[in-house]
Design a protein around this ligand. Structure first.
Ligand code: PFF
Length: 489
C-alpha cells in the first residue's frame, strides 16, 4: 500500500466539518457563562480583539501548515526536522484522550434527551444527576461501580462515531457534517426563538450584555477571552491542520477561515441569548435574582435546565428535547474531529487502512471511556479535563508556534495564506505567530499551572502523573517505530 492522502470533494464539506468541530460544548455551556461572569457586554471587547489578533491568525497558521504539508501532524513535524515527529504525536494524542471523556458527557446528554420527554429527572434534578445517574463519589472504590445506562449510551455513541469515521472522508465526516450542522443550526434557532418569547427572558439577556467596563482592566479577563475563543474554534489540538491537509489545491484559506469563524462565533452569541433567556424566565417565575441561577458546564445542562423545564409546563416537552438534541449533534460532530489527528497519523505512518485504524482506536477509546462510566467517573473527568485542556493542549500550542514560527519558513506559510485571498496579510502576521501568540499562551499556561496546583488532591496528582507518562511514552513509541516501507511506483 502507498500513502494516499484524501481530499474534500467540496468546500462545503470542509467548512461544515470545521464548523462541526468548532461548535460543541464550549459554545453551548461555556460561552454564555464566560460572557456573563467576565464583564457582560464589556467582555465582547477582549473577545473581539482576541478573535482578530490571536484566534484568526492562529487559525490561518494551522490552515497553512495542513494545506502546505498535506499530511498528518507527525509527518509534518518530521519534515520540519526529524526530531520533532514526537511533537506531532504528542499533539495528536491529546485530542484522542480528550475524546474518551468528551464522549461521556455526550452520553449523559443522550440519556437526558430521552428523560426530557417525561421529565425523568424527577423533582430534584441535582440529586438525580449526581446520585441517581452518576453515583458520584470521590472514593477509589467508585471505580468498581459501572453505571449501566451510561455504559449503554456510550456503546451507542462509540458505534455512531465508528460508523461515520471508518468511512472515507467524504462519505463519512463530510457527508454527516453536511446534514448534522444545518440541522443543529435550525433546531437551535427554534430553541432560541421560543426562549426569547418566554416571560422574563429580557431579565436574562439584558443582564448578559450589561457591560461592566471596569472588568476590562483585569488582565485575567483578557486571558479568559483568548482561552475561550481558542477552545471554541478548536485551535491547537491538531484538528484544524488535519482537516486543512485534506483541502484541494486552489482553496482560499482566508475566505474559508472567515466563514468558519463567523459561523462559530455567531452561533455561540446566539446560543448565549437563548440560554440567558431561559435563565431569565426562571428568575422571573421563582423571583430569584439571576446571579443565583447562573452556572456553566454540567451544572447548567443537567441541573439548571431540567429544573427550569420542570417549571415550564407543556412547552418544556418541546424545548427540552430540542435542546438536548442540539447538544447531541454539536457533540457528535466535535468528537469526529477529535479522532481524526491520531487516525491520520497512524494510517499515514504505518500505511494501515483508515477502516482498520478507526476500528482499533474506537475499541481502545471505548475501553478507556468505561472508567468515566463508573461512580468515580465525574471526579476523573474533571481531573482529566483540567489537566489536558489547561496544561497539555496549551503546551502543544506553544510548541507548534515555536516550531512553525521559528524553525520552519514562516514567510512561505504567509505566502500560502495569501494565495487566492480576498485581502493579503502583511508581515505583522509573522510577528503575531512568533512573539505575541506564544507569549499570551505562556501566560495562560502559567495561569493554568497555578490552578492545577491549587486543587491538587492526591487522586488528582496521581491521575495527572499517569496522563503525563502516557503523553510521553506513547508519542516516543510511535516515533521510534519504523514507518511501513513505501511501494515505489
Ligand atoms: N470547539 C469545541 C467546543 O467548543 O466544544 C472543543 C474542541 C473540539 C476543542 C476540538 C479543540 C478541538 F480540537
Amino acid at each position: 500500500m502507498t500513502e494516499q492522502h484524501q481530499e474534500w470533494n467540496s468546500q462545503l464539506a470542509f467548512i461544515m466539518a470545521m464548523i462541526g468541530s468548532a461548535i460543541g460544548l464550549g459554545n453551548i455551556w461555556r460561552y454564555p457563562y464566560v460572557l456573563y461572569s467576565n464583564g457582560g457586554g464589556a467582555f465582547l471587547l477582549p473577545y473581539f480583539i482576541s478573535i482578530v489578533c490571536m484566534a484568526v491568525p492562529y487559525l490561518f497558521l494551522e490552515y497553512a501548515a495542513g494545506y502546505n504539508f498535506k499530511t498528518s501532524l507527525p509527518n509534518m513535524f518530521r519534515r520540519v526536522q526529524s526530531k520533532f515527529e514526537v511533537v506531532g504525536w504528542f499533539i495528536s494524542l491529546a485530542p484522542f484522550l480528550i475524546l474518551t471523556y468528551y464522549i461521556v458527557i455526550i452520553a449523559w446528554d443522550f440519556i437526558y434527551f430521552f428523560l426530557s420527554f417525561y421529565h425523568g429527572w424527577g423533582s430534584n434534578p441535582n440529586l438525580f444527576f449526581t446520585e441517581t445517574l452518576l453515583h458520584s463519589t470521590s472514593s477509589i472504590s467508585g471505580l468498581g461501580d459501572i453505571i449501566l445506562p451510561i455504559l449503554g449510551s456510550l456503546i451507542v455513541l462509540w458505534l455512531i462515531i465508528w460508523f461515520i469515521s471508518h468511512k472515507d472522508l467524504n462519505d463519512g465526516i463530510g457527508k454527516y457534517s453536511k446534514v448534522l450542522i444545518p440541522s443543529l443550526m435550525i433546531i437551535m434557532a427554534v430553541v432560541v426563538l421560543i426562549a426569547v418569547t418566554l416571560p422574563g427572558a429580557s431579565i436574562g439577556y439584558s443582564a448578559l450584555f450589561n457591560p461592566k467596563w471596569y472588568s476590562i482592566c483585569d488582565p485575567h479577563i483578557w486571558l479568559v477571552a483568548a482561552g475561550q475563543i481558542i477552545f471554541s474554534l478548536s485551535l491547537g489540538w491538531g484538528v484544524v491542520s488535519t482537516y486543512a491537509s485534506y483541502l484541494p489545491k486552489g482553496t482560499s484559506l482566508v475566505k474559508n477561515g472567515i466563514v468558519v469563524t463567523i459561523a462559530n462565533c455567531g452561533f455561540e452569541f446566539f446560543t448565549a441569548i437563548g440560554v440567558f433567556s431561559i435563565l431569565g424566565y426562571m428568575s422571573f417565575v421563582q423571583d430569584v435574582p439571576l446571579r443565583y441561577l447562573v452556572t456553566e458546564g454540567t451544572g447548567l445542562i443537567f441541573v439548571a435546565f431540567p429544573s427550569i423545564f420542570n417549571e415550564m409546563g407543556v412547552l418544556s416537552y418541546i424545548i427540552g428535547p430540542l435542546f438536548f438534541i442540539c447538544v447531541l449533534f454539536a457533540g457528535i460532530t466535535t468528537t469526529l474531529s477529535l479522532l481524526e489527528p491520531i487516525t491520520l497519523g497512524i494510517s499515514n505512518k504505518f500505511l494501515i487502512e483508515r477502516k482498520k485504524v478507526t476500528t482499533a482506536l474506537c475499541v481502545i477509546g471505548f475501553l478507556i471511556s468505561i472508567i468515566f462510566a463508573t461512580g468515580l467517573g465525574n471526579t476523573l473527568l474533571t481531573i482529566f479535563d483540567n489537566f489536558l485542556s489547561n496544561f497539555i493542549v496549551i503546551f502543544g500550542i506553544i510548541l507548534e508556534c515555536l516550531i512553525l514560527g521559528w524553525l520552519y519558513n514562516i514567510d512561505k506559510l504567509l505566502d500560502i495564506v495569501n494565495t487566492n485571498a480576498p485581502f493579503k496579510l502583511g508581515k505583522w502576521w509573522n510577528f503575531l505567530i512568533k512573539f505575541i501568540i506564544p507569549i499570551v499562551f505562556f501566560a495562560m499556561w502559567a495561569d493554568g499551572i497555578i490552578k492545577l496546583i491549587a486543587d491538587g488532591s492526591t487522586v488528582a496528582i496521581a491521575v495527572e502523573a499517569l496522563i503525563t507518562i502516557i503523553m510521553i511514552i506513547v508519542p516516543v513509541i510511535l516515533t521510534r517505530k519504523p514507518p511501513a516501507p513505501r511501494n515505489s511506483k
